[in-house]
Design a protein around this ligand. Structure first.
Ligand SMILES: NC(=O)c1ccc[n+]([C@@H]2O[C@H](COP(=O)([O-])OP(=O)(O)OC[C@H]3O[C@@H](n4cnc5c(N)ncnc54)[C@H](OP(=O)(O)O)[C@@H]3O)[C@@H](O)[C@H]2O)c1
Length: 282
C-alpha cells in the first residue's frame, strides 16, 4: 500500500475497470464511479483498495457531491481520470439528432462536469493531475462515427487548452488517446478492428503514462496511433475517399501483411455501413 489515491470514472467496465484493478494492485487507493452500482460493488469486493461511488456524470451537481464524498472517505486525491464514454455505431448510420445530443452530453459535457468538480480543489492545492480519456477518433472525422468523433475531438481540444490553463498552478493535465481496445463498447462494432488490444494492455500503458511519464498525451498502441496521426495531418477528405476505395479492394484480396493494409481494412470496415447509405459527404 502507498499513500496515493486516484478517482476513476467510467470504471464499471472496459478500460476504466482494468485501470482501477491495475492501480489497486499497485497499492493505490481507488475511488470508482459509473452508474451501474452492482458492477461497482462487485469490483470493489474483489480488491480492498477499491471503493465504489455511483455517479451519472450528466448530473453536474452530483459530480461535485460525489467528489466531496470521495475526499471525505479517502482523503487527498492525487489523480482524477475521466474515462466515461458512450458510442452507438447503429445510430451513426443516419443523422439521429437525439443520439448526437446524448453522445455529446455524456462524452463531452459529462467529462466537463467531472473536471468542474475537481477544478477548484486542484487549483487550491497547487498540485494534482487531471487525465481525460479521449480517443484517436478525436484526431479526425471517420466514417459512420460523426457524433463520437466530434465529441472526442471537442474533448481533446478542451484538454489541450486546460493543459495551458492549469500548468501555472502546478497541475498536470494529460490526454489519453487509445486505439481499439476490446471492451463492451467496441463489441458493438461490426467491422474488423486493426491492432485491437485488451483492456489490461490499455491499463498498463495508462498506468505507465500517468505515474512514470510527464508528457501530455498518452496514446497506444503506438503501431496504430502513429498511423492515425499521419492520417490526421496529411489526408484531405478526398484522399480518405480514395483510401476507402483501396480499403474495399484490399479487403476483397484479403491482404493483411502491413500496418497500411490494416488501416485500410479498418477504414473499409467502418465505411461499410457508410457506403450502404449511398451518400457521399465528401
Ligand atoms: N474501447 C476502445 O476501443 C476505446 C478507444 C478509444 C477511446 N475509448 C474511450 O475509453 C473510455 C472507456 O470506454 P470502454 O471502451 O472501456 O467502454 P465501456 O466498457 O462501455 O465503458 C464505458 C464506461 O462509461 C460509463 N458510463 C457511460 N455513461 C455514463 C454516465 N452517464 N455516467 C457515468 N458513467 C457512464 C459506463 O458505466 P455505466 O454504464 O455503469 O454508467 C462504463 O463504465 C470511453 O471514454 C471511450 O470513448 C475506448
Amino acid at each position: 500500500m502507498n499513500n496515493k489515491s486516484i478517482w476513476i470514472t467510467g470504471a464499471s467496465s472496459g478500460i476504466g475497470k482494468a485501470l482501477a484493478l491495475k492501480f489497486a494492485k499497485e497499492g493505490w487507493k481507488v475511488a470508482i464511479s459509473a452508474r451501474r452500482e452492482n458492477l461497482l460493488n462487485e469490483i470493489s469486493q474483489s480488491n480492498e483498495n477499491i471503493m465504489p461511488f455511483p455517479l451519472d456524470v450528466t448530473d453536474s451537481e452530483k459530480c461535485k457531491n460525489v467528489f466531496e464524498n470521495i475526499k471525505n472517505k479517502i482523503g487527498e486525491i492525487d489523480i482524477s481520470v475521466f474515462c466515461t464514454g458512450i458510442h452507438d455505431p447503429k445510430s451513426e448510420k443516419s443523422l439521429n439528432l437525439e443520439k448526437v445530443k446524448k453522445i455529446m452530453e455524456v462524452n463531452f459535457f459529462g467529462t466537463i462536469n467531472s473536471i468542474n468538480s475537481v477544478y477548484d480543489y486542484y487549483k487550491n492545492r497547487k498540485s494534482g493531475h487531471i487525465s481525460i480519456v479521449s480517443s484517436v477518433a478525436g484526431y479526425r472525422g471517420l466514417p459512420a462515427a460523426g457524433a463520437y468523433c466530434a465529441s472526442k475531438s471537442a474533448l481533446s481540444s478542451f484538454a489541450e487548452s486546460l493543459y495551458f490553463d492549469l500548468k501555472r498552478f502546478n497541475i498536470r493535465v494529460s490526454l489519453v488517446s487509445p486505439g481499439f481496445i476490446k471492451t463492451p463498447m467496441t463489441d458493438k462494432n461490426d467491422f474488423p478492428m486493426p491492432m485491437i488490444k485488451s483492456p489490461e494492455f490499455a491499463a498498463d500503458q495508462m498506468f505507465k503514462g500517468l505515474t512514470k511519464n510527464k508528457g501530455f498525451e498518452i496514446h497506444f498502441p503506438k503501431s496504430f496511433t502513429s498511423i492515425m496521426k499521419v492520417l490526421k495531418v496529411t489526408l484531405k477528405p478526398n484522399l480518405v475517399k480514395v483510401a476507402l476505395l483501396i480499403a474495399t479492394f484490399s479487403s476483397c484480396l484479403n491482404i493483411q501483411s502491413s500496418n497500411e493494409t490494416l488501416i485500410f481494412l479498418f477504414l473499409n470496415g467502418t465505411s461499410k455501413s457508410y457506403l450502404n447509405l449511398n451518400a457521399d459527404p465528401y
